[in-house]
Design a protein around this ligand. Structure first.
Ligand code: HEM
Length: 218
């Protein structure tokens, strides 16, 4: 077993605060929707707005970090080894085959994760946030009678926001399942908490050659 440093302090802070905010936004958002009662409608709406500002602030901060450190390159999608990675999750891992790609601080994401997270950042999160901001503006416009737009499309804003929220929840379930597919069921989660991941020695050697290919694109 070898310990490899994968996630830097900022990445760990960002990951867990983003995860907590999204789960809290889901909790309060679905209460606003009327799915259940925990805080009461007024409080839930207020908490939802506060948390959404925190999330927007965090995302701006994270974009700044990724741009200034060059870490954004880790998310550029690639098809190299993509098929091998999909086959691994579909069958290889159940037969005990080694991971087809290696994880280092230079290649923290495998090809499938690059695709998924790219979609997450470029499509899913923007849909939810943009519709959320429009939702917020709608209320202000409506309350203050600033503009009277007969058919300000609230229904479609709510639709996109709900779609984003539901897809985010699906993402969360799949994401948590995928975290159990590391060297041990908890090694990935531990890595996101401590920064260090335990990787099988053999696995490490096995994929060095392939990993070199991956590094080319980083
Ligand atoms: C920056 C991000 C976000 C903003 C600005 C935002 C804003 C809003 C606003 C303004 C509402 C209407 C309720 C109200 O007046 O307070 C709302 C509802 C809701 N939000 Fe968000 N939200 C954001 C992120 C999220 C996330 C990440 C989720 C879930 C994962 C979520 C789930 C919901 C749900 C389920 C509703 C109820 C929708 C409905 O019943 O039509 N929101 N949001």
């Amino acid at each position: 077993m070898q310990k490899v440093y994968i996630y830097k302090g900022f990445e760990r802070f960002w990951h867990w605060s983003q995860a907590s905010l999204i789960m809290f936004l889901a909790l309060t958002g679905f209460e606003v929707h009327g799915s259940y009662h925990i805080f009461g409608f007024e409080k839930a709406a207020e908490f939802h707005r506060t948390a959404s500002w925190l999330l927007i602030g965090l995302i701006i901060f994270a974009i700044f970090w990724h741009v200034t450190t060059g870490e954004w390159r880790q998310y550029v999608p690639t098809t190299k080894q993509l098929k091998a990675q999909i086959m691994y999750y579909l069958s290889g891992m159940f037969k005990g085959e080694p991971h087809p790609t290696e994880k280092t601080h230079l290649t923290k994401l495998n090809p499938l994760q690059r695709m998924t997270y790219f979609g997450f950042k470029v499509v899913l999160v923007p849909i939810t946030i943009i519709s959320g901001i429009l939702y917020m503006l709608y209320k202000t416009i409506d309350q203050n009678d600033l503009i009277v737009i007969e058919d300000y499309p609230l229904a479609s804003i709510a639709f996109w926001h709900m779609l984003g929220a539901i897809l985010l929840m699906i993402f969360l379930v799949v994401h948590v399942y995928m975290t159990t597919t590391g060297t041990t069921p908890t090694s990935n989660i531990k890595a996101m908490m401590t920064g260090y991941e335990e990787i099988e020695e053999e696995e490490h050697h096995h994929s060095t050659e392939k990993d070199n290919n991956q590094k080319d694109i980083v």
